[in-house]
Design a protein around this ligand. Structure first.
Ligand code: XLS
Ligand code: NI
Ligand code: NI
Length: 441
């Protein structure tokens, strides 16, 4: 067996997933993701930088608040934590290699189980980092980002960096340091903070200002540690309004953008935007992308989707072409992502066939790839851009342009309004544009 398959083949009977084109009948092939196809001057692979999420794909056992595991992984059997973790790495790299995707992402505790002993954890993570490094070299797979899980352990029930107990904050810092060491050693391109426990459940027991200052302090320490140890990539914050905590400080893109500006962190941080987090915040995903793009912090994406009937983070694989086409229009206009597209999605707990994980990823990859093709066709056609540009034409010259430059006063506006009379009724042409999206799909 090659190093990519390990001692045991976990996904037996499934070979390398290849691009076969839209006419293919093969469910285990890509119809749209042709990694070398050039779109708007870059390969699809480079535009999208797809990453497999280690946690959902190789650790998530199907548990929900009402029931235990439904997925019993053959790589999760050995008693020894390090041996078990190596089996999991074998399975992960076999899967990623068969899918032919360029990246993966992890939390520290996805890679290897932790104990309550910080030194022992460091030893375990270092051993697995060396193992993953070999796997990366053999396969060419790269690490899109690493992160620390600062939400599962009971010590974080009152927060991690925002915990009112400094002893817990120190543990959070220790975990961040170790996760950053692993990320740097593995050539990780970015480092993520998702603050699932950074927030409050009741203001009655919370000093919000102090907690947010502690969060900023921790982020600054991470930046100085990373930069001192050769980390050149971006740090990302992943906004989410709630779940598990009732109110999370990184509520949405606009909130985090303001926080980064307030604490002078904009040079080092961008956003990792998740589709389902956008909807939980009462926004569309496109809204979050646009906010980030306009602030120059359009970092990376977690590409899962929610469910129209549910109000929680269901982490389903993307399938919605309309949503992704609208998203790709924004991403292309912004000049692309700084990071890539991590799935952060899981199969349903009753999707128990080995193949299901392949179907899920293939569907997600093809949805996003196809949306890229469609969005590029819309932009190349030109009318979409023209309609939007023309809508603001009154600011391109004359008094409108003086207004934009700050050369007019309120008195001037009064005079202009009085002189020009009631403005013409101008249509926003929303339906026309919506039809254009469908026409190109
Ligand atoms: C949870 C988040 C989490 C982050 C990584 O809702 O999406 O999975 O992406 O910690
Ligand atoms: Ni996420
Ligand atoms: Ni999420």
């Amino acid at each position: 067996m090659s190093i990519l398959i390990g001692d045991q083949e976990y996904f037996k009977g499934i070979g390398k997933v290849a691009y076969e084109g839209p006419e293919s009948d093969n469910p285990l092939a890509y119809r749209w993701y042709d990694e070398n196809r050039i779109i708007a001057g870059k390969t699809m692979k480079e535009h999208l930088r797809f990453a497999v999420a280690y946690w959902h794909s190789f650790c998530g056992t199907g548990v929900d608040p009402f029931g235990g595991p439904t997925l019993f992984f053959p790589w999760d059997k050995k008693a020894d934590a390090v041996a078990r973790a190596k089996d999991k790495a074998d399975a992960a790299f076999e899967f990623i290699t068969k899918l032919g995707l360029p990246y993966y992402c992890f939390h520290d505790v996805d890679v290897v189980d932790y104990t309550n002993d910080v030194n022992a954890n460091e030893g375990r993570l270092q051993e697995l980092t060396a193992y993953l490094s070999e796997k990366q070299k053999a396969s060419g797979t790269k690490l899109l980002w690493g992160t620390a899980n600062l939400f599962s352990h009971h010590r974080y029930m009152n927060g991690a960096a925002t915990n009112p107990d400094f002893n817990v904050v120190a543990h959070a810092g220790a975990q961040i340091k170790m996760a950053m060491d692993a990320t740097i050693a593995l050539g990780g391109e970015n480092y993520v903070f998702w603050g699932g426990r950074e927030g409050y459940m009741s203001l009655l027991n919370t000093n919000m200002k102090r907690e947010q200052e502690h969060l900023a302090q921790m982020l600054k320490m991470a930046v100085s540690y990373g930069r001192a140890n050769g980390f050149k990539g971006k740090f990302f914050i992943e906004p989410k309004p709630c779940e598990p905590t009732k109110h999370q400080y990184d509520f949405d893109a606009a909130t985090v953008s303001g926080f980064l500006r307030q604490h002078d962190l904009l040079d080092d941080f961008s956003l990792n935007l998740e589709v389902n987090h956008a909807t939980l915040a009462g926004h569309t995903f496109e809204h979050e992308l646009q906010v980030a793009a306009d602030a120059g912090i359009l970092g990376s994406i977690d590409a899962n989707r929610g469910d129209y009937q549910n109000g929680w983070d269901t982490d389903q694989f993307p399938i919605d072409l309309t949503e992704w086409t609208k998203s790709m229009l924004i991403i292309l206009e912004a000049g692309g992502l700084q990071g890539g597209i991590n799935f952060d999605a899981k199969v349903r707990r009753n999707s128990t066939d080995t193949e299901d994980l392949f179907h899920a990823h293939i569907g997600g990859v093809d949805t996003v790839a196809r949306a890229l093709v469609i969005a590029d066709a819309i932009r190349t056609h030109g009318e979409y851009d023209k309609i939007r540009t023309d809508r603001y034409a009154s600011f391109d010259s004359g008094k409108g342009s003086e207004f934009e430059k700050g050369a007019l006063s309120l008195e001037n506006l009064f005079e202009l309004a009085a002189a020009n009379g009631e403005p013409a009724t101008l249509s926003g042409r929303q339906e026309y544009l919506e039809n254009m999206i469908n026409r190109f799909i």
